[in-house]
Write a protein that binds this ligand. Structure first.
Ligand SMILES: NC(=O)c1ccc[n+]([C@@H]2O[C@H](COP(=O)([O-])OP(=O)(O)OC[C@H]3O[C@@H](n4cnc5c(N)ncnc54)[C@H](OP(=O)(O)O)[C@@H]3O)[C@@H](O)[C@H]2O)c1
Length: 346
């Protein structure tokens, strides 16, 4: 069989948690070949020194500044940068014809006014919003195949929407009575030093944050509306838990609970990364650690009430894993390419 030609790629924000996870996945990818890595403070330093977990694979790669242009041959760029900083770089690369997977929130809101309200800043490139495909991969395969700019979903939205979208679409869940009780590991907040994220403050402690209206709530309501045709009202409460990575979302809802398991099972039949557990079985974050998987458990509680529990690795299916899955689809590769690893356990 003829060997497939490499596709040269760039990773921006390479020294952050998401950037590092992207590089870990790309190091084992048979088609995407990393040719350019960029960050801000580590500009000019060697990647192997900045990220020892990447081992010898990273030797020879020097970190460039985010304002620098990647080599001409680069056909795909992953942007693992903070929102606000990402859009300007995306616009420059887009104009050059580079395909982009943006992991920030900059292209997840189709409406510039909603973005401005949510992120308290006007959108730097509103003209590109209509070009972006929201990359909840299992629900966007067709649009992704032609996408030049992919907005990779947030981590809470990924875990929540994979559970909610099929049920809302099938009309078996009351869109006005949904509580999303969510927990994230600390890597969800990124690598930049923040006092309240230090070991002594996070370890052996549990806290809610982001109330009354976390930014991901707007993303979830908007995208559920677009994907399912019904805009739900969510009561969303995120929590920080003392673990490094992993995310668990417990959805309390009402509706035709006896149909939930069947609807979810048929929605994800043939989807390699979403597993609907046997009814009554519950998932755990450790079962998806380091993978691109989402495990979903469904438990009816009464005649009309039940819970759905969804778990992902926030850096895997919640960020870098789904970004590679989306890029695979956009470049016509099997969506599992480079993503076959099972969970790290125990
Ligand atoms: N962490 C998660 O679980 C997760 C999940 C889904 C989506 N995301 C999104 O993915 C993006 C990256 O998140 P992360 O957790 O990897 O963050 P992070 O660990 O803080 O890394 C951010 C990266 O961007 C660079 N950077 C920071 N500020 C910059 C600026 N103003 N201009 C250019 N580069 C800048 C950093 O370089 P320096 O260190 O040199 O400044 C670093 O390489 C964010 O938009 C985040 O919301 C994160």
């Amino acid at each position: 069989m003829a060997k497939r030609k490499c596709i040269p790629v760039a990773v921006y924000g390479a020294t952050g948690y998401v950037g590092a996870e992207l590089l870990r996945l790309l190091a084992a990818h048979p088609v995407f070949a990393v040719r350019f890595v960029a960050a801000r403070q580590a500009r000019g330093r060697m990647l192997a020194e900045e990220l020892p977990p990447l081992g010898a694979w990273a030797e020879g790669l020097r970190i460039q500044g985010v304002e620098e242009a990647p080599p001409e041959e680069v056909a795909l760029a992953f942007l693992a940068l903070p929102h606000g900083a990402s859009a300007a770089i995306a616009a420059r690369l887009y104009a050059r014809g580079v395909r982009i997977v943006d992991l920030s929130a900059d292209f997840r809101h189709p409406d510039a006014k909603e973005y401005a309200r949510t992120y308290e800043a006007s959108h730097p490139h509103p003209e590109l919003l209509a070009e972006a495909v929201y990359g909840l991969a299992e629900h966007a395969r067709k649009a992704l195949a032609a996408a030049r700019l992919i907005a990779n979903p947030g981590c809470y939205p990924t875990a929540t929407l994979l559970a909610l979208v099929p049920l809302l679409r099938a009309g078996v869940l009351d869109p006005a009575r949904i509580v999303v009780d969510a927990k994230s590991g600390v890597s969800g907040a990124g690598r930049a030093a923040k006092r309240e994220l230090g070991f002594s403050e996070v370890n052996e402690s549990l806290r809610a944050y982001g109330l009354p209206r976390h930014r991901h709530q707007v993303e979830m309501e908007t995208q559920a509306g677009l994907l399912a045709g019904v805009r739900p009202q969510l009561r969303f409460v995120p929590h920080l838990v003392p673990m490094t990575r992993g995310m668990l979302v417990t959805i309390h809802a009402e509706g035709d609970v006896r149909r939930w398991h069947g609807v979810l099972t048929s929605a994800y039949r043939g989807c390699p990364f979403v597993r609907v557990l046997e009814e009554g079985r519950l998932p755990a974050t450790k079962h998806v650690l380091g993978t691109n998987r989402c495990d979903i458990g469904v438990v009816p509680l009464g005649a009309h009430t039940g819970v759905i529990v969804s778990v992902i690795d926030n850096l895997g299916k919640g960020a870098a894993g789904q970004a590679v899955q989306n890029a695979n689809i956009a470049f016509g590769l099997a969506e599992t390419t480079g993503l076959s690893s099972q969970a790290l356990w125990p």
